[in-house]
Design a protein around this ligand. Sequence first.
Ligand code: FAD
Length: 502
Amino acid sequence: MTPKARIEKILIVGGGTAGWMTAAAMSKILKNRLCDITLIESDAIGTVGVGEATIPQIGTFNRTLGLDEDEFVRRTEGTFKLGIEFVDWGRKGQRYIHPFGPYGLDMEGVSFHAFFLKRHPHASAEDLARYSLQSVAAKKNLFMRPVNAGNSPLSSIAYAFHFDAGLYAAFLREQAEGRGVTRREGRIEEVKLDSENGFVRAVRLESGEELEADLFIDCTGFRGLIIEEALKTGYNDWSHWLPVNRAVAIPCESDGPPIPYTRATARDAGWQWRIPLQHRIGNGHVYADGFTSEDEATETLLANLPGQPLAEPRHLRFLTGHRKAFWVKNCVAIGLSAGFLEPLESTSIHLIQSGIAKLLQMFPTCGFDQAEIDRFNRLSTFEFERIRDFLILHYHATQRDDTEFWNYVRTMSIPDYLKDKLALYRTHGRVFRENDELFNDTSWFSVLIGQNIVPEDYDPVADVLSREETEAKLDNIRRTIATCTEHMPPHERFIAEHCASG
Ligand code: FAD
């Protein structure tokens, strides 16, 4: 093809979560009127096989596809998620929830955090949790979707899902194939580049067959078959800031009703996830191989499983960072092929969704516009960097000094953006969300207070109310939230009534 031709054929290379999310979204939005879409995957290679916790934005993606939420939860053995509980991060023995949704109620234009710090100068995670409906409900194992209840927090319950990613991909495959996407099975052996302009011309399968396309979407996972192996894009490695680089995962039997939150428990050289599904619990130990061995990491996980293991340990390696460019010539990388930020805040599936959304916004219907490609790359880099800084915060804002790993992350130098953000916060508790960064002030505040980083003083803007008025307002918020949770059913009952997999 010539770079200026109209895009008629799209080849999605890879059929993990990234490939099938891309196929489902493209077939829905482009409606196959403009392009012919083929997805190729290799059962022999398989998928990464982890990735079960999400953030609320996934709801928007599913609604865009027209998925029925109950059916989606049922088909994926899903459960609901109100936030993440962090155990032993600030200090051993402490825990806090990073909830979805804001703290407080309508604060009439003044940040909730200002009033909160005025009322609680020695703020603790327990104090803060009582101002979040999601935190209170999570700890009581309650869940319901928002209802139409005027100004009540019950009108705006924010939630995400835990689900079996393999079942999600299969569900999306059904949707995509139903809308005309062609699936091909086979292992790609070679990527053929145009000798004149370096664009990707075709991929050659084991069978010798060549598949040509105008636009290639690389969803081949960590290896980046096209974006890296063929186009040699290069990688920004962030492992000096985020040194965990391996994981061992083992599903186990459920130990009781599913909790409506993910749990992330800090370990000596990393942390352990616990993700409740309807039919099992997903567990994994993410660790830094510079600070512990594979055997030790596996033993730690086995010793802390909440139920009987259901499979052998699965070992994974990764490198935190991203491709130097996400879109190069006629190839766009989506999913793990684009980069990887460790799963501490469940952001990878969101990054897939966001990559797809950007690609659709800048879809090259008539050839490739370098200015748009540059914009895509700039926005993607910004998104990765801001999530990176939020992840680093969890490690750096610790008082733990009991292992080499925690000493390293507590004392390491951090990116300037994070340094500035922390400096601003430390004086008057101010946290600003810049541009379209993913995590807002609620998220930052929950981790900072949760890990014992309390500012020197409250923001003087809170003096718009007297001390007595502030106390009365915050007491009222706590009461309202406590009363609201009395109307919420147990998470398990909500699933049984709406979306049990049977
Ligand atoms: P893969 O699943 O690796 O799929 C790659 C596809 O490419 C496969 O279909 C494969 O067959 C195909 N392929 C590769 N090479 C070839 C070839 N030569 N020929 C043909 N086909 C080929 N994300 C979250 O949002 N939440 C989480 O809780 C979470 N936890 C995670 C925990 C860990 C330890 C890791 C490593 C990741 C986690 N993720 C999580 C990330 C999540 O797993 C991925 O973002 C998601 O699964 C997407 O993967 P993918 O589709 O890009 O790659």
